[in-house]
Write a protein that binds this ligand. Structure first.
Ligand SMILES: [Zn+2]
Ligand SMILES: [Zn+2]
Ligand SMILES: [Zn+2]
Length: 255
């Protein structure tokens, strides 16, 4: 690359080789033998430092569902984009960004409304998730089972996870753990229209999973929203009781 090129600023951080990220990932996979594939990379982005680098932890899984992880490795002179591209070339690998430690929980009001959109998984929803290449939870890496409660986040990637895994995450963070999509934080002024549009996106993602019977999904979502609104209304009444976190959603079937 001609360093005097007027476009050199477009090239981003210099890379040791074009395939530095791919070599790193291939080497990690090779260390674990043929049975294991990389399913997730935990990444901390230090490309603003000198030298620019990423900290990467590789998580692997074999066909029996066994999960194993490498320690954190430092990969110098690569960009986050090149790591994302290499992960995409190698297959269905999640990128889980480890952001700066200062995080804020998602807005409590939005948290409760998102909870109201969570669904209990049946076989058809699990099949739909598998078809989308999202058959396992990005946080605990386990495959979904019938009866698991699933939350679809309102990000463009429609990333989803166990409600039980996303609940503690959203109590500390306001982003999608897979793509860092930002949601309103607790200290933001309440914006009902924004909340509404985010909740609508989550419901739409859920309805896609339930495509064969959209009327059921709509009915379930509507009931859950009513319940969430009823709880919110109760909370506004004068009461000495401290607000309690929402319990796990009830099964949709006996409703
Ligand atoms: Zn570092
Ligand atoms: Zn999980
Ligand atoms: Zn996402």
């Amino acid at each position: 690359v001609d360093s005097m090129s007027p476009f050199s600023f477009l090239l981003g951080p210099a890379e040791t080789t074009g395939d530095a990220c791919e070599s790193f990932l291939e080497a990690a996979r090779a260390r674990h033998g043929t049975g294991f594939n990389i399913v997730q990379l935990c990444v901390q982005d230090h490309t603003d430092q000198d030298p620019p680098h990423l900290h990467v932890q590789v998580h692997l899984k074999n066909r029996h569902g066994q999960v194993t992880s490498d320690g954190w490795a430092q990969v110098n002179n690569v960009s986050l984009e090149s790591m994302r591209a290499a992960a995409q070339r190698l297959g269905n690998i999640n990128i889980h960004m480890h952001g700066p430690p200062v995080r804020q929980p998602v807005s409590r009001e939005l948290f409760e409304r998102l909870w109201s959109t969570s669904v209990d998984l049946g076989e058809p929803e699990i099949l739909a998730l598998q078809k989308q290449g999202k058959g396992s939870c990005p946080i605990c890496l386990l495959d979904y089972s019938v009866g698991d409660s699933l939350l679809c986040l309102p990000c463009e990637g429609e990333h989803s996870g166990h409600w039980a895994c996303l609940q503690p995450w959203l109590e500390q963070a306001s982003t999608c753990p897979a793509c860092r999509f930002a949601m309103p934080v607790a200290s933001d002024a309440s914006d009902p229209a924004l909340h509404e549009s985010l909740v609508t996106k989550s419901i739409a993602a859920v309805e896609k999973l339930k495509a064969p019977s959209p009327s059921l999904a709509s009915a379930v979502s509507a009931r859950r929203l009513e319940r969430a609104e009823a709880r919110a209304a109760q909370r506004k009444l004068p009461s000495s009781e401290a607000p309690s976190p929402p319990a796990s959603p009830n099964s949709v079937v006996p409703d």
